[in-house]
Design a protein around this ligand. Structure first.
Ligand code: FCB
Length: 442
């Protein structure tokens, strides 16, 4: 087994981009005009345990976030602009809000930080929600209208774009698949708008969730895993490669704007999914003995599998790959360092084994932020005081800082940051080869 303390040194390619990410609703606070805020206030969604409130107060503390990025040595920052701030009412634009984002971009640039802008990260204006949001294809024009207003002004200061974040999340029920299709089209038309104003690379951040059968030799589990893989991952990659949208129970559609809409694969990787054909939602119970669990301190544990990441990279060698999100929610910060080390090792392996052209890594997240219904899931490299909003980097942030500085990692670097982990030696199960003696029994 792997002994992280003894891992050989590895240097990432020159110009590899290291950074972190966030999303408007998760950090800004008081995003009162979007559908999430309304959902939080309505109190009728059981998966929302806490409202977002002031979040990390980043709307007021943009300079603090830049200072933190600098202190931690980050070279790039991925964040989202909030459509509902820029167009709070249909057709009414708030130039001051857009200017604030522009000012932030200018400051990031002035600090030598690559600016990566997400244009839609789960939240949209409440007025758009009331029109049916992304459940209706005819509503895509509202999104492209917003882009036509905002993108030309953001473009001079933006180094890369994520037009839409994670089109492929949600249930695989028919209604949810219809929404997935509308979002994919919104991405296609949206990326055409972005490309008409900007030469910076464009993509859609894809939640890469490789699906595996629970019972590997069972024909139904295997078929269900294939189906899940298609509607979760492959339909997206196939769509971007060919322009065809193929989803179950729908006629195939060809969308010319979708073909080659991504200049790079933007991969958000957290975990795999095990599929059980004998369950209504097809989600298998986890196996605990084998792989690292994503959430040590939260019941929603998921399987983080470095090997699964490596295998998935083998299918994405036709474009440069940016890891636009990867991270772990844990209150045991040492585990974040371990997790990061394993992810880096998985990236190295994919690069060596499959020549995967991985060019960037954005850790999720810079801050402990609002995790869509709770503050209990802490993904941050820095914690945020609930009252003062003061940001305090965790030890793992300094491990990551050293990785960035070295543009690589080694067992030595890992050991420096995990002095209290002698038990990790225990992971080294490889025994020296036994020399067979000549001795006989008699
Ligand atoms: C991703 C989301 C991001 C955050 C992380 C943990 O699916 O894009 O906003 O919630 O998960």
């Amino acid at each position: 087994m792997l002994n992280l303390h003894k891992m050989p040194e590895f240097t990432f390619p020159e110009n590899f981009l290291w950074g972190s990410g966030s999303a408007a609703h998760q950090i800004e606070g008081n995003n009162v005009n979007n559908q999430w805020w309304h959902m939080e206030q309505s109190g009728n969604n059981p998966s929302i345990h806490a409202p977002s409130g002031k979040a990390c107060n980043s709307w007021q503390m943009l300079d603090d976030d830049i200072r933190l990025l600098k202190e931690l040595g980050h070279q790039a920052y991925r964040f989202s602009v909030e459509w509902s701030r820029i167009e709070p009412r249909h057709g009414e634009y708030d130039q001051a809000a857009l200017d604030r984002y522009i000012g932030f971009l200018q400051k990031l640039r002035a600090n030598g930080i690559h600016t990566s802008v997400t244009l839609l990260h789960f939240t949209h204006p409440q007025w758009f929600e009331e029109l049916g949001g992304f459940t209706k294809e005819e509503n895509i024009r509202y999104f492209t209208g917003f882009l036509t207003f905002a993108v030309p002004q953001l473009a001079p200061y933006t180094d890369s774009w994520t037009v839409v974040n994670e089109i492929n999340l949600g249930s695989t029920a028919f209604d949810a698949l219809v929404k997935r299709k509308v979002l994919l089209k919104a991405f296609a038309y949206g990326s055409a708008v972005v490309k008409s104003f900007s030469a910076a690379p464009v993509s859609a951040a894809h939640a890469l969730i490789p699906c595996y059968p629970l019972r590997v030799h069972d024909p139904l589990d295997t078929a269900a895993a294939h189906l899940n893989n298609w509607v979760t991952n492959e339909y997206f990659f196939h769509g971007v490669r060919t322009g065809e949208i193929i989803l179950p129970q729908m006629d195939v559609e060809y969308v010319p704007e979708l073909k080659n809409s991504c200049d790079f694969w933007a991969v958000n990787y957290y975990h795999r999914r095990k599929v059980d054909a004998r369950k209504a939602n097809m989600a298998a119970d986890k196996m605990y003995f084998n792989n690292f669990r994503m959430c040590l301190d939260y019941p929603a544990d998921r399987e983080f599998c470095p090997e699964v990441f490596v295998d998935a990279m083998a299918k994405l060698t036709d474009k440069p790959i940016w890891i636009t999100e990867n991270g772990v929610c844990t209150d045991t910060d040492e585990f974040r360092t371990i997790y990061l080390m394993l992810q880096l090792e998985a990236m190295r392996t994919a690069m060596e084994l499959y020549s995967a052209d991985i060019r960037a890594y954005f850790h999720w997240s810079l801050l402990d932020n609002y995790e869509w219904g709770t503050y209990d899931m802490r993904f941050g490299l820095a914690s945020v005081d609930k009252k003062t909003f003061v940001r305090t980097p965790k030890p793992s942030a300094y491990f990551y800082k050293d990785v960035i500085r070295a543009n690589g990692m080694s067992g030595e670097l890992f050991a420096k940051h995990t002095p209290a982990l002698p038990h990790f030696e225990m992971m080294d199960m490889t025994q020296p080869k036994k020399q067979l003696s000549q001795e006989t029994q008699a």
